[in-house]
Design a protein around this ligand. Structure first.
Ligand code: TRH
Length: 371
């Protein structure tokens, strides 16, 4: 089977993060021939440093990575299954060729992740096309009535066997004895200073690891305008802040497994933090008219559904505060009261999610059923 995945990098790293992970898994675990069409190879190069950002075509981890340039090349053979990631709009000539192909083609629009209830009703719905090609919506999600989440078959086993020591050493991280290790990946965030204050004045030391990115300006602002370079640390009270370089995607996973607490954002890091099975905090991608808050609440409803009320409230309040609704300092202190229970919950949640089929397997099954 030959699959094509199309990815347009709209913003940040989520679009390419998801499609690159999916492409690799389809090759490694399902033996498919996968072409990944990406319009911005520089974004892929951040996640996969072996990428040649100038190459029109290259093989990376068994994936045929093609630059999707505005000038669509002639003679591109249409694949058996075509994934249009996040409604990125396929090249017109390719859509025409799909309609003319002798063998049937399946066209899937892979949607953004949401925990909202309507997703179950829209997953796998057909989307009739003028060229007659069978097109369906494919929604990732948290329940068996959705397409599931990206999860490599051996992911949980690798995480369970993970020993952080050598990896942290390679990154130049030397946590103080008893320090809570925290990773920080977020957009610009007005709640950051309150959180850093709480960490700096807490009885337990914290070591915060921030890969370079959009939050850096806020971190430096809190440090009084000091510039932080990758590898450098600053100590304020009980808090040590260390800037890391932006990591390759697999190393970022390892960072999540190595930390006691992970602050993540967007879509892909959000899912990976759930698989890391450590207490976590989500900075959701902000959308116009605060529609992202519905998405946040919908996820929270699922995430805390079976927790005792006080623990659930402490988690909910902290996530809301981080996303601009509440006092982050107070919320963090309340949250810490239930720390052992939050740790257990993170493990239980990952185990519960893992009972569901993963997204790549669900895509392959969908194709088989359609045939
Ligand atoms: O980069 P993001 O903010 O992407 C977002 C979201 O996907 C959002 O839903 C979407 O609408 C918007 O883009 C356009 O966050 P996300 O999804 O977590 O993607 C980040 C990727 O970067 C993820 O694959 C992990 C990876 N990463 C690294 O590889 N190395 C790093 O050091 C870090 C911090 C992240």
């Amino acid at each position: 089977m030959h699959w094509d995945i199309f990815c347009r990098v709209v913003d940040n790293y989520g679009d390419i993060g998801v499609t690159w992970r999916l492409a690799r898994q389809l090759v490694a675990e399902h033996g498919l021939r996968v072409r990944l069409w990406v319009d911005e190879l520089a974004a892929l190069a951040r996640l996969c440093p072996e990428t040649d950002a100038q190459a029109a075509r290259q093989m990376l981890c068994g994936v045929d990575v093609c630059h999707w340039s505005p000038l669509w090349p002639g003679g591109v053979a249409v694949a058996d299954l075509v994934i249009e990631a996040f409604a990125c709009e396929l090249p017109e000539a390719y859509v025409t060729a799909m309609g003319q192909r002798a063998q049937p083609v399946l066209w899937l629009n892979l949607e953004y992740l949401s925990g909202e209830a309507w997703v179950e009703g829209c997953h796998a719905l057909p989307s009739p096309q003028a060229n007659g090609v069978a097109k369906f919506f494919f929604f990732p999600g948290f329940t068996p009535a959705t397409g599931g989440l990206l999860r490599e078959t051996d992911l949980l086993a690798r995480r369970q066997a993970w020993q952080a020591g050598e990896f942290l050493q390679r990154l130049g991280v030397q946590p103080a004895l008893g320090a809570r290790l925290i990773s920080l990946f977020a957009y610009e965030n007005a709640a950051l200073p309150a959180w850093l204050e709480a960490l700096a004045q807490a009885p337990q030391p914290s070591h915060l690891l921030a890969p370079e990115g959009r939050i850096l300006g806020d971190v430096q602002g809190w440090l009084g305008g000091q510039t932080l370079l990758p590898g450098e640390c600053r100590q304020v009270g009980q808090l040590r802040i260390q800037l890391l370089p932006f990591l390759a995607q697999d190393d970022y996973d390892r960072l999540l497994w190595s930390c006691d607490f992970n602050a993540v954002r967007g879509e892909d890091s959000f899912v990976r933090a759930q698989w890391a099975a450590r207490p976590m905090l989500w900075h959701i991608y902000p959308q116009a008219e605060d529609v992202h808050l519905d998405k946040l609440e919908a996820f929270l409803d699922r995430y805390v559904a079976h927790l005792p009320v006080v623990q659930a409230e402490s988690l909910r309040n902290m996530w809301l505060a981080w996303n601009g609704r509440g006092d982050m300092r107070q919320a963090w202190e309340d949250y810490l009261r239930y720390w052992p229970a939050h740790r257990q919950h993170a493990l239980d949640w990952a185990a519960q999610l893992a009972r569901q089929d993963d997204l790549a397997a669900a895509l392959v099954q969908f194709y088989r059923n359609w045939l």
